[in-house]
Design a protein around this ligand. Sequence first.
Ligand SMILES: Cc1cc2nc3c(=O)[nH]c(=O)nc-3n(C[C@H](O)[C@H](O)[C@H](O)COP(=O)(O)O)c2cc1C
Length: 341
Amino acid sequence: MSPAEPSPISQSIPTALTRLLGIRYPIVGAPMFLVTTPRLVAAVSEAGGLGAVPSLNYRKGEDLRAALREVRGLTSAPYAVNLIVNRSNPYREEHARICLEEGVPVYVTSLGSPESLISDAHRNGAKVLCDVVDLGYALKVQDLGADGVVAVGAGAGGHAGRTIPTVLVPYLKSRVAIPVLAAGGIADGRGMLAMMALGADGVYVGTRFIASEEAEVGEGYKKAVLASGPEDILYTARPTGTHANFIRTPYLDKLGTELTWWERALYRSPATKRWAKTLRMLTISRAMRGSAQGGGKAWKDIWSAGQSVGLIEEIKPAGAIVRDMIAEYESALRELPRPVP
Ligand SMILES: Cc1cc2nc3c(=O)[nH]c(=O)nc-3n(C[C@H](O)[C@H](O)[C@H](O)COP(=O)(O)O)c2cc1C
């Protein structure tokens, strides 16, 4: 075999997650607002993982429907849709209805109660994974009938938890009966192996796929992912009202990372919390749309990404990212314990 040829990988890596979802590898391409395209979703699913469409990308329900049909036109493998189920998402009911009509096979819910979605999805024969950042919420969604939980640890791109994945994953795994996916900081097969060793049934990978050929974001965003290290990632609630990770840019420096006293008061009070966060999300999403697509003003750049930026050195097709992750996972597994040189 020539050195350029990729090493052969197993046809499948069966776990409780792959069995649940009918996929070959326990890798989910996490949904990323403004980054994940139908092509990216289809490429991950076609490579044996599970791609996930972030429904928030689409303001009009019919655009979401067209995106789902585009995915299905590119692959016959299972895929997922992410629904933000809290009340600050004004599209949640319309989007859920369209997904049910389109027969979406897997849902990933975040931020809010998935109760009604779980029963509707199950009636439709679909599975539901729920994002959680702590044990209380994991137990709650399990009681509601969730089929699996995504343990979103510290360092993840987007809205991230505060507990490091090496603690969160085994902590949840030993306390819930449903499959647990590990999220936060996984960008290669070594990270995947570590999470599986901790008990994860699969991994949920976002930031790595920003630097994929199928992510339709501006070159500036991809270059920032390649050039940044974990020390360039700021964990702040200032842009969206909920704590999330962002790449440090001049715009974020100007915005600041601390909430003002009046934001703290608005987000805390039950009377104002919901509309204050909705308003914040709507304003910031306009700025985020402009900077994700590139071509905007550099001083306005605001880009979300997690600490795994430090592990990403190359833009690759999404299918190659999945295959390379499996190849690295398998070689890292063979190499353990590493001999002393
Ligand atoms: C740019 C970006 C956008 C994201 N958008 C969403 C979203 O719309 N919905 C959601 O549930 N999670 C979103 N996330 C979180 C991811 O789905 C996932 O939890 C996270 O990326 C996993 O951690 P990692 O980035 O360290 O791999 C986003 C993450 C990033 C980096």
